[in-house]
Design a protein around this ligand. Sequence first.
Ligand SMILES: NC(=O)c1ccc[n+]([C@@H]2O[C@H](COP(=O)([O-])OP(=O)(O)OC[C@H]3O[C@@H](n4cnc5c(N)ncnc54)[C@H](O)[C@@H]3O)[C@@H](O)[C@H]2O)c1
Length: 426
Amino acid sequence: MSTPVTRLAHPRVAVVGLGYVGLPTALSFTDIGAEVIGFDVSESRLTAIKAKRVDLLARDQTRLAAALDSHRLNLTTEPSTLAHAETVLICVPTPVDAHLTPDLAALSSACAAVVEHAQRGQTVVLTSTTYPGCTADLLVRPLQARGLQVGHDIFVAFSPERIDPGVDDHAPDRTPRVVGGVTAECARRAARFLEPTAGSLHMVSSPEAAEMTKLVENTFRAVNIALANEFADAAREVEIDVMEVISAAATKPYGFMPFYPGAGVGGHCIPCDPHYLLWQLRSRRTSSPVVETAMAAIAERPRDVVGRARDVLADAGHRLRGARVLVLGVAYKPGVADVRESPALAIIDMLAAEGADVAFADPYVETLQTPSTGTLFHQSNIAEQQWDLVVVHTIHPGEDNSWLANQPTVLDTTYRVGALAEHVTL
Ligand SMILES: NC(=O)c1ccc[n+]([C@@H]2O[C@H](COP(=O)([O-])OP(=O)(O)OC[C@H]3O[C@@H](n4cnc5c(N)ncnc54)[C@H](O)[C@@H]3O)[C@@H](O)[C@H]2O)c1
């Protein structure tokens, strides 16, 4: 017989990892009256959260202030506090290393802490993007080795995050959420816990199906972005405006979804997640050629930007070496300060390696580190300066880029700046 679901008046939730995903997730629970233990290994992250110096949507900033004032959000670096939670949600990073191999260090250590402090009756939900079978490897088997029977003593599920940082329209409480439990009881408990903060729930048969769902979502995006980039290059070759073509194709009410070309992909999802699938397939001596080709093309894209920069500068009578180049917008997407995996990093690095005098401007980013350049500082007064080349990488909401019309050469990797005198698209 399974343990009955006991509900506290103020359910105590532990969120492990308070980053781009974990912090808004914690706030969605404090918002519905839960008491949240926010556990993170980074003291500096907790200090920034306490000082409200964090990259959040306006409504989450308000929620953060309320959660701190009401003491519903209790921040800690002490893992033993996890034992006090009714439900534990794991949201730690799952990046890839320099060789594009999944780096499971944070997830392994977070799961180990959760297992060590697990209590009978707890529900544990893993939300970090990962390979199919990871919940079983890092939670189910270790919990069982501790003598806790999953589905009877403790309840485990996987439910991928669909948060879209910086985009208010995609708020988690309006977005359906996929859940796969190890047993029917695990699924029922996880669903009961997640339901108040999600738009709706879609139950799948297992954690593995839920893990794979996240991989297909982001791999679908990666492959389609690679295709959009390829179409952009083909359209340039035959002198057609690719954005006009994509907008026209998007009028088809079925069987087409628009994706747009750009300087590459960044953030913690699309450049990383498909590698979790490819890595797992490699261990089974099998492959996924379409995905592999798309990921290789995406990884190459910043190099294409630099090649194009070299060409447009040459057309304007300049060499890349010694040219004053401004990279405009370095966040990986509009509306966020996140530069993780941003194509801008590789672009700046390669431009600098070729001898260009590179600067960047981004109202969301004060400093930037790249391996070749060291620390760069956000440039102000960019409109008053004369650049040999402006590479438009990210356009943030509400930015006035009319000053670009006065710059001699502009390379638009966003395909969105619009017609300017000496402006060319990637
Ligand atoms: N960022 C996104 O847009 C997004 C969207 C959907 C899903 N995801 C997935 O969500 C997961 C988390 O991503 P993120 O962007 O929030 O990462 P992040 O790097 O912003 O934050 C992770 C936090 O976890 C903390 N942490 C690291 N190791 C820890 C440990 N062992 N114990 C406790 N805390 C630890 C870090 O200090 C950091 O504060 C990843 O799997 C990612 O793929 C991210």
